[in-house]
Design a protein around this ligand. Sequence first.
Ligand code: ADP
Length: 507
Amino acid sequence: MGIDAAGARPGPAPPSPPQPASQRRLPVLGVASEMFPLLKTGGLADVVGALPAALAEHGVDLTTLLPGHPAVVAGLEGGQVRAQWPEWFGGPARVLSGRHRNAELLVLDAPHLYARHGNPYLDASGRDWSDNALRYAALALAAARIGWGEVDGLAPAVLHAHDWQAALVPVYQHYLGAGKRRAPTLLTLHNLAFQGQFGAAAWAQLRLPDAAFSTQGLEYHGDIGFLKGGLHFADAISTVSPSYAEEILTLAGGMGLDAMLRWRRERLHGIVNGLDTEAWDPAHDPALARTYDADTLERRAANRREIEACFGLPEAESPLLCMVSRLTTQKGIDLVAQALDAIVGAGARLVVLGAGEAAVESALQSAAARHPQRVAVRIGYDESLAHLLHGGADAILVPSRFEPCGLTQLSGQRYGCVPVVARVGGLADTVIDANHAAIAAGVATGVQFGELSAEGVLGAVQRTLRLHRDRAAWRSMQRAGMRADLGWRASAGLYAALYRQLAQETP
Ligand code: ADP
């Protein structure tokens, strides 16, 4: 049903008793730059893709506004033109409504801004598109206009903006929304490392008053800060785990925005991400050579054979570790490359799927070249192969230097692929370390380590290999992870409560 204000139902609605506000369905507009399965570069897309179904169960009708990238326009079912804007940031634009797999969508179809194939943010040479400020300002102002009721029939009660790409939504509301219908805004931070910072030269294109280019507005160290501005004006802010919500208040974790976040801390919430447990289900996963559940873990051996074949490794019984990740320093992949000789010396094998920073990729590849029988790296993005790795590897390494939430430690648990994680952010919140007490109680779901260094990674791998030799303890860890409540139900309830609180606060 989405955010349509006018009832689309044929004929008069049957009379129904007035419902208390807490039970009325709440129309919410999400605003994001990517959404699984249409377009994905990382966890943001997974979250945006999972929220509509998860929130529906909590009385929220979430419609998501996306930029009209080719994959998004192609995937839009039943598209209808809801608005036409002849001049929208340098060319014509339309707002289309439709759906994809039961998720209600609005698409900002503006070919001059979004009709570009491949990574949505980068050109073919891997550089940011030079007009990114304009592209995502256009998305945010479109969302603000929908919030103001300027697109017929659409009346969201709350606007939920994701990351810097949507962070100007509250900014436009503040500077251009006087006298208009007002929907409160929630800004969710999926990763503070990406802030949408642009040179002041882009200012004239943003359609904001000059007064907004100030420390009280968008000005950020002489540049334009999309996220900085959004944090200033959003009615509420959330991030994707309670621990990350604490970390970003500190100088070490705040990435230059800690003072701003401390100023807004009363309005900051940490809501941990869930996993899409339908998309990630080892009992019904077409990407696996063999499906399995917690009682048939021995069937994972067929998936391990398939991994070995895909990666050109000889068949072996020694423990197989995997990584599925952006290959970046944030993810601590360089630490794994440094520790790799010792990891192999300790008896482990490693397969890696990912892409990212050239220096990190080549450090990993040259380490792999030294151990062709035991280490293999696949540079690239491959959803099916990612699933297969979860279904056959013994453990998944997530040695991030910081991690707002992280998803592979959740999907790892769901697949009995034990996560070995740095004790930071959402990794600390979602993995129960295999200490003696947790093992004895049968609740351990993985291995955590504190020291963010090559030695720290090696120590964690050595501890993992010891645990792996204790078959009973290992099986218990796998099963505890597979039984864990990793889905969206609880967190979607928290989002729904926050939306209702915001809607009630706004007259
Ligand atoms: P990020 O910081 O990249 O968003 P997350 O752990 O939150 O990290 O989410 C990453 C998502 O992208 C997970 O669903 C993971 O399985 C997936 N992923 C990462 N790299 C690849 C890849 N090379 N191929 C397939 N899936 C990948």
